[in-house]
Write a protein that binds this ligand. Structure first.
Ligand code: ADP
Ligand code: ASP
Ligand code: MG
Length: 804
């Protein structure tokens, strides 16, 4: 025998039901099978809502029933052959009449008792199994629909339904024995009936448990839980995209994971099969060939670290008993525990936040009020004397639990977990460890729980694969925008190649900013920024200072002096800076030096290759020489793509006027909005300063000899310059030059030069840049040449600096 259970998402519509039928049909080739099904996804929630609305006198429950019926009729229409539909529709109609009847009763009484709730919420499984059974019948399978209420029996214990294992076991044996020819039994999960024959249920997610009880009852070879994920995973894949499937896991570890929230398996499911040693396979309905997870008694060694996974339980309240009266007087804790026990309040966890005069316990939020009332009654006397405070109740917490084998004997695990959370700025309210050698639990505020899980997963399960790099980008014009586009298109490939996962954690322009420590979708970022927070009064920088993410890089894609003035503060706050903004690097030398020293002092990265020649490795070439004992002798360079475009396009009398070319270049986006910024040579002046400083010379602006250009409307003047050069077979190039004399002093100059056809700049066209670098070791020049401007080019240079 084998038992196959399919969850709600596996039977959510006709297409998925067909997948189920195919999987079961294949499984039937191996063995006689009991199929246990859940209700179609969302159905149980809707049925509960129907009951609740009816009890509140809200008539809209009727519409909910109508739409649920419509959904099932739709599935019948699509999933079943015409000849089967009538009969099944009739069966389902009867179930819906039953639902309507009970809901109406609830509406009249104005009360949803547990009996009525069970009578409504269990109907989803009756519907789904009727539909699937009809399909097997239509296929001629040797199958039978079974009413689980006749098989699964519950008794009431302490207000809960408990399975009567003996009676249920007998019923299963009898079912199989009385029908030896049937190959496939189709049963409902989740539902049962009590001594009076009334429908009962086994708790939310209880179909897994039904299947487990059935597996034991029929002494199944194996139990298969089919669901919508590839197995039990290192964490909930909906929270942690990098979660991995656990191939083999022990019953105990699986129980620990599910107990603390891995809802892929309902926790009570595991215990019944353990005694019989029945293995549980967790498999994916949407990927049936994949192995999934095998839960068994003695799995092969999991991993070197013995760590298995992370789960979480939400809606946790912390209750604390505090007071000076607790000191030295025994018995407070036992009285509190007894009170909770007597009021049927489950203690989920006892935290280590206890001390001589406090103790702190985690319970379900749903029990919080009850616990407070009960404890305050129990300790009324001590409270009245001022020895104890009334019970303190704090809500809104979650427990995050790291599960592993023998986890407590591995040194440093708790420390690493807390340190990782600390680095992400996630406060830990309390911790618990030691009650089981299989888990370490931390309690965090529920609004931080997903972040905490990802953080712990990253620390213990993603390590060695990817390191996050958090980017805070300022300026999203041509270059910033191109950077966003490149990241959007290449982040996965970059992560694969470099092991670095680029995360856009923040974005700003001059008026707004957005921050999301979890990462912003770079392709949606500019749109999101429109509704970002106001960046006035330096709010963006204040927000950055308050964050404490590791590997944070501030990327300056502006031309703003204000942004440049913030670098030192950013280093101090733990950020590295990558910039294409030239201002800080061409500032007066003492300021420049102070900024570089600050970066060193705080251990921050400071990279600005793109300030000269966009992505061309001009500064890198120079700094590599200087850092390796070489010395720069002479640098001759065309450093302005804009000016090079103008002078390589201008052909004197044979072409358009100079000002027309300026206009054309402006339209093509090759110039600053105000062309005089380029034409004044100011941009080139900054670049030669940066370049000289990189070569080791503390030059100031005033040290650079600057030959100014004529006014760009003065065609006559440009014509003369052009004609003069042409008459000598030369071309005009705007160049920057750094010349080091024998005594080590250096001279820098910028201006228009005539170059003849033997010169490397002669054929430099368009917006290209070129640097000829002569050093002691390289007397004939190193040549770096290529596109020296452009959004994508500069952005790619920034990216290289980011990844350094
Ligand atoms: P079904 O309807 O098949 O019973 P459930 O929704 O009850 O499915 O359980 C499957 C879900 O459990 C998955 O979709 C996943 O989001 C969630 N889940 C939580 N923790 C884990 C985990 N550690 N491994 C796999 N899934 C998990
Ligand atoms: N249908 C029930 C629920 O949603 C039982 C189950 O799916 O396991 O809780
Ligand atoms: Mg489930």
């Amino acid at each position: 025998m084998q038992v196959l259970k399919f969850g709600g998402t596996s039977v959510s519509d006709a297409a998925n039901m067909t997948k189920v039928v195919n999987i079961v049909t294949k499984a039937l080739e191996n063995d006689r099978t009991i199929l246990v099904l859940s209700a179609v996804s969302g159905c149980t929630d809707t049925l509960i809502r129907i009951g609740t609305l009816a009890s509140e006198g809200d008539e809209s429950y009727v519409e909910l029933i109508d739409s649920l019926q419509k959904r099932h009729n739709g599935i019948i229409e699509e999933f079943l052959p015409r000849e089967s539909r009538r009969q099944v529709t009739k069966e389902c109609d009867e179930i819906f009449s039953h639902i309507r009847g009970i809901a109406q009763g609830v509406r009249l009484l104005g009360e949803l008792s547990t009996v009525s709730l069970d009578a409504i919420q269990g109907c989803g499984e009756l519907l789904s199994t009727r539909i699937v059974a009809a399909r097997f019948a239509s296929l001629g399978a040797n199958s039978r629909w079974i009413d689980s209420r006749k098989i699964m029996k519950t008794t009431s214990s302490g207000g809960h339904n408990a399975i009567d294992r003996a009676a249920t076991g007998r019923n299963i044996s009898q079912m199989l024995a009385s029908d030896p020819d049937t190959r496939l039994f189709i049963m409902q999960g989740f539902i049962a009936s009590d001594e009076k024959g009334r429908m009962t249920t086994l708790g939310r997610g209880g179909s897994d448990y039904s299947a487990s009880i059935v597996a034991v009852g029929c002494r199944a070879r194996e139990l298969q839980i089919w669901t919508d994920v590839p197995g039990m995973m290192t964490s909930n894949p909906k929270v942690v995209p990098t979660a991995r499937t656990i191939g083999h896991i022990s019953y105990r570890a699986a129980l620990e994971l599910s107990h603390f929230g891995a809802k892929v398996i309902y926790p009570p499911t595991i215990q019944p099969v353990v005694a019989e040693g029945i293995p549980i396979y967790v498999k994916n309905t949407f990927e049936p060939e994949a192995f999934g997870t095998l839960i068994e008694k003695e799995p092969p060694a999991v991993s070197e670290s013995n760590l298995i996974g992370i789960s979480n339980s939400d809606n946790i309240a912390l209750i604390s008993l505090e007071g000076s009266g607790m000191v030295g007087i025994p018995g407070f804790s036992s009285r509190l525990f007894e009170t909770l026990y007597l009021h049927d309040i489950n203690i989920i966890l006892i935290t280590q936040a206890s001390s001589v005069h406090t103790m702190c316990i985690a319970i379900s939020e749903a029990d919080a009020e009850k616990a407070k009332k009960a404890a305050d009654e129990t300790f009324a006397y001590e409270i009245s004397l001022g020895k104890l405070n009334p019970l303190k109740v704090e809500k809104g917490f979650s427990i995050v639990c790291l599960v592993g084998n023998d986890i407590l004997n591995q040194s440093g695990t708790t420390g690493r977990m807390l340190a990782a959370l600390g680095r992400k700025g996630i406060p830990v309210r309390a911790t618990a460890q030691g009650s089981s050698e299989r888990n370490i639990s931390v309690i965090v505020s529920s609004d931080k729980v997903e972040k905490a899980i990802r953080c712990i997963h990253n620390e213990f399960f993603d390590k060695g694969s990817e390191v996050p790099v958090n980017l805070f980008l300022t300026g999203c014009g041509v270059v910033g925008g191109a950077l966003l586009d490149i990241i959007a298109a290449n982040a996965d490939a970059i992560a694969e190649r470099t092991g670095k996962r680029l995360l856009l954690a923040g974005l700003s322009n001059s008026s707004r900013y957005i921050i999301d420590e979890e990462g912003i979708d770079p392709s949606a970022a500019r749109e999101l920024l429109k509704n970002g927070k106001s960046a006035s009064d330096d709010a963006w920088f204040t927000a950055l200072k308050a964050l404490s993410l590791e590997n944070s890089i501030f990327v300056d894609c502006t031309a703003s002096a204000h942004v440049a003035s913030k670098y030192e503060q950013l280093f101090k706050a733990g950020y590295s800076v990558v910039a294409c903004n030239k201002i800080a690097f061409s500032a007066p030398f003492p300021r420049y030096r102070a900024m570089k020293n600050a970066a060193l002092r705080y251990g921050a990265g400071l990279r600005y290759e793109t300030t000269v020649g966009a992505a061309l490795p001009i500064l890198e070439t120079i700094s590599r020489c200087v850092n390796s004992g070489d010395s720069v002798k002479r640098v001759e360079a065309v450093l302005s793509g804009s000016l090079n475009f103008l002078f390589s396009s201008y052909r004197g009398a044979e072409g358009p006027r100079f000002e027309e070319i300026v206009e054309q270049a402006g339209k093509a986006g090759y110039l600053e909005p105000d062309p005089s910024v380029d034409l004044s040579g100011r941009d080139v002046l900054r670049k030669i300063l940066i370049l000289s400083r990189e070569a080791g010379f503390p030059l100031e602006e005033s040290d650079v000899e600057t030959a100014s250009l004529p006014d760009w409307h003065d065609e006559e003047a440009f014509r003369r310059l052009y004609d003069d050069a042409a008459s000598k077979g030369c071309k005009l190039r705007y160049t920057a030059c750094l010349e080091v004399a024998g005594d080590g002093t250096c001279k820098a100059s910028i201006g228009l030069r005539q170059v003849d056809e033997t010169h490397p700049f002669y054929n430099l066209n368009g917006t290209d840049n070129c640097a000829l670098v002569r050093t002691s070791f390289y007397p004939s020049p190193l040549v770096v040449q290529g596109a020296g401007a452009g959004g994508p080019q500069t952005a790619s240079g920034l990216l290289n600096d980011i990844l350094l």
